[in-house]
Design a protein around this ligand. Sequence first.
Ligand SMILES: Nc1nc2c(c(=O)[nH]1)N[C@H]1C(S)=C(S)[C@@H](COP(=O)(O)OP(=O)(O)OC[C@H]3O[C@@H](n4cnc5c(N)ncnc54)[C@H](O)[C@@H]3O)O[C@H]1N2
Ligand code: MOO
Length: 405
Amino acid sequence: MLQMIKLEEGQSIISEYIKTLDEEVINLIDSHERVLAEDIYAPINQPPFHRSPLDGYALQGEDSKGATIESPVTLKVIDEIFAGEYTQKVVKKGEAVRIMTGAPIPEGADCVIRQEDTDEGESLANIYKELKAFDNYCYEGEDIKKGTLIIKKGSFLNHIKIGVLASLGIDKVKVYKRPKVGLLTTGDELIEVGQSLSTGKIYNSNLYTLSMRLKELYTEPIILNIGKDCQEEIEREIKNSLDKVDLLITTGGASVGKKDLIKIVLEKMGANILFWKIDIKPGTHVLCSELDKKLIISLSGNPAAASITFEVLVRDYISKLTNINNISLNRKTAYFNDEFNKESIRRRFLRGICTETKEKTLVDLSNGTQSSGVLSSSLNCNCLIDIPAGTKGLKKGEKVEIILL
Ligand SMILES: Nc1nc2c(c(=O)[nH]1)N[C@H]1C(S)=C(S)[C@@H](COP(=O)(O)OP(=O)(O)OC[C@H]3O[C@@H](n4cnc5c(N)ncnc54)[C@H](O)[C@@H]3O)O[C@H]1N2
Ligand code: MOO
């Protein structure tokens, strides 16, 4: 069994277990933040007809030759059309159709004059301005031509993409299913939020931190019953959930204590242990295994350790699993603006607050202690400072690598 491996080695091992998700067809209205599983070609032209971009008159450009406010050209108004209507009348020389924004430009007309450049006459209209053919004329298909590839497979559907699809009348889309991620928190000490605490017990914060993060990363968390520190119970929860999830995450019991049972249970169940422990702090205690072709990532119970390991080890995996690129780890160079005097025997991730100045990115430590069991120092943190193993400490002004959260 691999033990105490480098973070990148761990990332690479788990990336072998990325599977392509099944597809499903859903209503466009439900497709926000989903990933498209098909190329979409425009089924119609957009706009679907030549239309007026203004309230005014549709006419033949030729007719407006020489028109000024002092010497207007007078046209006969043969019809009036609003958006949503059309006219079968053909605009001939000397004629115009009163037209509103969005209405189809009638046959025979080749331009539109805005009403401010006319006397807004009802049966006869005086035109005060000269226009050329196709002035103020929106062509059919000028926005999107029928048959063009409009949104590619793998695209993340946001409000604009969904709006464009709606403009083309597409009401159903084929998307990848959201990955289901099982979350099993374990520990006899855990009490559900809402129940009263008794001596020695703590609230189950990992369930909230991790399930919310899983949602933020566009997966569907499946919350399992708290696993008591009892082999049979943990085994039962894992067995019952494995075929319902694409990935299983557990917290707690990943270390060496008498009731740290995760490894024992998984080995007993016949799981293939991929590695145990990575050379980082916090979050050294992580066990990765595979059972029935499902990846199981067992994080430390310590809240900050669990959440930081989740970011640095699991986030890229989830980005690949969901096919959403912009949730992958985003690294950047910054300048340390604080003091940190501890030696880092292992590679260390510190919680930081980065701010942009005109010249560079500065990073301070977030308020509170950096220990694995303390979650509150993550409250204002917006990045992790990646300190290489062997660093004595950090001085103000030192160049560091950060991971944006
Ligand atoms: N003899 C050693 N002891 C410990 C070592 C070690 O190397 N040798 N490593 C320490 C480090 S570092 C860590 S991290 C923890 C890892 O422990 P486990 O993964 O086994 O986690 P637990 O012992 O179950 O819990 C640790 C801590 O976190 C609290 N916890 C657990 N679950 C939750 C939850 N769902 N929500 C909130 N808090 C939770 C738990 O009560 C413990 O306080 O091991 C050290 N020990
Ligand atoms: O392994 Mo613990 O997660 O270092 O803090």
